[in-house]
Design a protein around this ligand. Structure first.
Ligand code: SF4
Ligand code: SF4
Length: 100
């Protein structure tokens, strides 16, 4: 018996055990909250440069703002590179929290 046959049989076995009418779970994308502690931020712009998703932008004074927070993937590059521990990223358990 080949590996492929085994896999197919196992998939069919799983399918046959699903309750009638049960829909597969939808993947809910994770949402993150970016917090910048202004008192500790020296406006160096490192977090803005390291963010791979363009979540952070600097204003005219160099202060970073999470202007595209919905794009945050929680990679924590901004947190890891901030020399002043002035930025945190937390996972929102309920995606609706972002809309409050
Ligand atoms: S966690 Fe990653 S994606 Fe989110 S703001 Fe920081 S660097 Fe950007
Ligand atoms: S890396 Fe830290 S200190 Fe520098 S701008 Fe970002 S939050 Fe401020």
């Amino acid at each position: 018996m080949s590996i492929e046959t085994n896999s197919t049989e196992r998939l069919n076995d799983v399918e046959s055990k699903k309750p009638e009418g049960q829909k597969p779970h939808a993947r809910v994308p994770k949402k993150f909250q970016v917090n910048i502690y202004d008192a500790w931020c020296k406006k160096c712009g490192i977090c803005v440069e390291f963010c791979p998703k363009g979540v952070l932008t600097s204003d005219e004074l160099g202060t970073p703002h999470p202007t595209n927070q919905d794009k945050c993937i929680g990679c924590t590059q901004c947190v890891l590179h901030c020399p002043d521990f002035a930025i945190t990223v937390s996972l929102l358990e309920d995606a609706k929290e972002l809309d409050k």
